[in-house]
Ligand binder design. Structure first.
Ligand code: GRF
Length: 186
């Protein structure tokens, strides 16, 4: 049995999607913990509904104590799914090549500080890009520059808005993130 922990800061639709996929495909992968920095994050309600333990932590917990790292000791892979804080170097070093993140664009383009959520899709539309997609990558000390594991693309039409682009990207996330996690752990 492999154990994963999922970090999310907001809605957590990717976290729920991953849980449903792993349960639906008899994988030997268990989500042992869902963690968030935001006590109001909807991901906490999703975790409760899914019967998955959750943990909320503060900036002090995350950056000045080992509380979070200690909660991850039995974990084989750490999955960031819409987690907005930078992972502290101690945690990156404690879990070399064991932290993966999904970014809603084709890194290295549209990455880095401030590039998250709708801001990414607004920039794609503003720049009249003809394609976008997702990037699943390892998290290293340079954050969005870790080794890329997978990229999936979709077309962007002139008629697209940031909302319709977000829908296309979320579709790619839901289709590919769970499978990629299962492949990493196989
Ligand atoms: C997703 O678009 C993901 O690519 C990005 O943050 C968003 C998380 O959405 N990292 P949700 O919280 O999983 O609904």
């Amino acid at each position: 049995m492999k154990n994963i922990a999922i970090f999310a800061s907001g809605s957590g639709s990717n976290a729920e999607n991953i849980a449903n996929y792993l349960r639906g495909n008899n994988s030997n992968i268990n989500i042992s913990l869902i963690l968030t920095n935001n006590p109001k994050a909807f991901v906490l309600e999703r975790a409760e509904k899914l019967g998955i333990p959750s943990m909320t932590f503060s900036r002090t917990d995350f950056y000045e104590t080992n509380k979070v790292i200690e909660a991850l000791q039995s974990v084989d892979l750490i999955v960031l799914a819409g987690f907005l804080w930078l992972v502290p170097v101690d945690m990156v070093r404690a879990f070399p090549n064991k932290i993966v993140n999904i970014h809603p664009a084709l890194l290295p383009n549209y990455g880095g500080k401030g590039m998250y959520g709708m801001r990414v899709h607004e920039a794609i539309v503003a720049n009249k890009e003809t394609e976008t997609g997702i990037t699943i990558h390892y998290v290293n000390e340079a954050y969005d520059e870790g080794q890329i594991i997978a990229q999936k693309k979709c077309r962007v039409e002139l008629s697209d808005t940031s909302e319709t682009v977000a829908q296309k990207v979320h579709k790619l996330e839901y289709e590919h993130f769970p499978k990629t996690i299962a492949q990493i752990l196989s």
